[in-house]
Design a protein. Sequence first.
Length: 426
Amino acid sequence: MSQGKPEPSERQGSGADGERESPCAEREATGIRRYALVLGEPQVRRCLLGALVARLAQGMYPVAMLLTVRRQAEQFAMAGLVVACFGVAIAVGSPVLGRLVDRHGGIVLGVCALAAPLSIGGLVVAAEADQSAGLLVAAVVAGALQPPVTPSLRTLLTRSFTDPGMRTAAFGVDAVSVELSFVVGPAAVGAALAWGAPQLALLAGAVLTTAGTLLFLSARPVPKHRPATAATGSGRHSVRRVRVVWLVGLAGLAQMLAVGMVEVGVSARALELDAPALAGICLALWAAGSVTGGLVFAARSWRGGIRAQYAAVSAGAATGFALLALPTASAPMAALMFVAGLATTPVATLAGTALGEGVPQQLRTEAFAWFASLSAAGGSLGILVGGALADRLTARPVFLLAVTLPLLAAVIVVAGLGRGAARDGT
């Protein structure tokens, strides 16, 4: 925020922890009205749009990078290593960048918006020159400098909406946006391939990263003044001391471990049914179910607190995965994938809500970044474990093992978060 004339939202007053309240924070609304109020906030609307554009690149990078390196190096081993280095660098770098945003504000996002795409360009140049070392270095730098738009957006949403229902709706919109980016992103790569080489898709992703981040920053989502306590990095003002971060983070790792396993299990089941194309259809229906479930969940108020809701939604996810283990033909399998996806976005919505309520304002960006990193690690590990099981057994054991993971996540959240723990920052 500018240090001159305060924004209208700042003049509304502040909550108990000093965060500003949105003009619509205390309004009671349900259904579509909630989403209208969320998107009716000009700053929030622009930030959501900027984040969506930047996230499209995140959905494009892995496939485009894999195809670019494979085309030049003519081996999937090297291509896979480059993509893995990129993913690991994102997971490691995101919490560091999140902490820097908490300390220094939006300037960190601006630097990353310019530096990360340059690194992607360097990766393309290294691929054209067939420089293996250059590829790996460029992948690590590009991953480590990806702008932390998602954790910054979630910090803004927490600060903008103090009403629990409105905050849930805001996180629901955010979770749906993430889901859409990983559906549209790979499709955009396919469209780019129809017009030229995979390098074009990679460079297009770099342009989207810069454009989306700068659009996000144009709404001034990060206050210029950062609380002095955020810079200490020690004592009770450290993310390491906030229990809810690690409980929700571990639960997110377990949930995404299941998601990664199901992705592999679906592909294995499609091959068992001698219908390879079924995998793509099932994954698309899974995403459609996730979007539908997220919109319905966030549109109304539910009984019980976060712990009860998380347990119920996780049980729903486990039930959906159990249905996938049933012996079915192609058509029923596709329908069950839609059902299995219904709980995916609500789980992410509740995780964001728990972090927003339980983490001090000056540490939220780093906390959301840790959650994203742990979730990404879980997804990658799930694909690894699922692939190993599918090679040695069949798809059914993969699905059955996936059933246990949402239940484990529910136990972590329910047992670890005592009553009120999500609100007292312990």
